[in-house]
Write a protein that binds this ligand. Structure first.
Ligand code: PEP
Ligand code: MG
Length: 369
């Protein structure tokens, strides 16, 4: 077994010597970050911050989104900020000296809100018994207002950042303060701030301005010059098509091929498998799920357009991918061909991505072909 491990290690080291694509990992805990490093990742390409708000903290996000007035909202933000700072501090420590792309909150909103049906039943029962209290009625009205038929196409990502005052600023402040603290401890944090679900440059500009203001303020307060690249995901077809404009406000792009696939095909990521995927596979409409292997004439074409238009507008634009395709062998070859700088995938797929990136650079075909 030791011989086998040594052989695999030799092959991967050889691939590392050949490949042009960087390999990062998608990780949002210090444990995953450490695991990714052991597998050979050189940074985090996607830290999904919504995963940091599950469990006990879910209540705080609910309070933030449903806040009745500025004071209540600010109270929730003040409670969340130190928790976020600690999250980032631990991740920067685990990935010291390597880039960590922190994606600002992109939650499926319904996971953070009370269930509308349950709440309606609760109110109906209370009314039957003599009346629901005012707080519960207000909550019901807010949940009704935010209820969505298609949450994955709804109030997510940058839209939430634009609608909930102070939310993204709180996250950026936590990132900057964690980076300062890490620097004071002698570390080398390399934060990158990523704005999700952008479809128009104006969305990005608004958040970018706010983020730069917060970064400058923290640097001045702490007396430490912390730099953070600010970039965006390209995961809405319109973002790929207007990549030249978007590149004017982004230092990097990371292709989110999960959402890009959903929106290009018009398939719901959440429902498609149960509803009609198998029929499509049986009929040969696609050979492999487009969520697994990049659909090159379709979704892949949008990636090409995003790369071409983005680089034409900003030649030093950094380009990566962090959708599931970042760890799919066939797709890794495509990302090499199209000229991305790095792929980012789950920690366990990092070795495969390293291998395939090396094979792609050597002009090799796919494993087994
Ligand atoms: C994506 O859309 O490809 C992506 C990486 O983001 P998420 O899967 O979190 O929506
Ligand atoms: Mg996405």
């Amino acid at each position: 077994a030791d011989d086998l491990v040594r052989s695999v290690h030799r092959v991967l080291t050889h691939a590392d010597g050949q490949r042009r694509l960087g390999v990062r990992a998608n990780a949002d805990t210090p444990e995953d970050a450490a695991r990714a490093r052991r597998f050979g990742a050189r940074g985090i390409g996607l830290c999904r911050t919504e995963h940091m708000f599950l469990g006990d903290r879910r209540q705080l996000v609910e309070r933030l989104i449903l806040a009745d007035g500025d004071d209540e909202r600010q109270g929730a933000l003040d409670a969340l900020e130190p928790l976020q700072k600690q999250d980032f501090l631990e991740i920067f420590e685990a990935m010291d000296g390597m880039p960590v792309t922190v994606r600002l909150l992109d939650p499926p909103l319904h996971e953070f809100l009370p269930d509308l049906t349950e709440l309606s039943v609760r109110v109906a029962v209370a009314e039957a018994k003599g009346g629901a209290d005012e707080g519960t009625l207000r909550l019901l009205a807010a949940v009704q207002r935010l209820h969505e038929q298609n949450p994955m196409l709804g109030l997510r990502g940058v839209r939430l950042g634009l609608v909930v005052p102070g939310l993204f600023a709180m996250q950026v402040r936590a990132i900057a303060e964690a980076a300062c603290e890490r620097r004071r401890a002698g570390g080398d944090p390399r934060p990158e701030i990523m704005i999700p679900l952008v479809g128009a440059v104006q969305e990005l500009e608004a958040i970018r301005e706010e983020s730069e203001r917060v970064l400058a303020q923290v640097c001045a307060d702490e007396g430490i010059d912390v730099r953070a690249l600010i970039g965006t995901m390209i995961e809405v077809p319109r973002a790929a098509l207007t990549a030249d404009q978007i590149a004017g406000s982004a230092e990097f792009f990371s292709f989110g091929t999960n959402d890009l696939t959903q929106m290009t095909w018009g398939f719901s990521r959440d429902d498609v498998e149960a509803a009609f995927f198998h029929a499509y596979l049986d009929k040969g409409i696609f050979g492999v799920s487009p969520f697994e292997s990049l659909d090159r004439p379709g979704v892949g074409r949008l990636v090409e357009i995003g790369v071409e238009r983005g680089r034409a507008a900003r030649p030093d634009l950094k380009l990566g991918v962090c959708g599931e395709h970042g760890g799919d062998p066939d797709s890794v070859h495509f990302f090499h061909e199209v000229g991305l700088d790095y792929v980012s995938c789950s920690p366990f797929r990092v070795p495969i991505a390293r291998l395939e990136a090396g094979r792609a650079a050597l002009g090799g075909g796919l494993s087994g072909s």
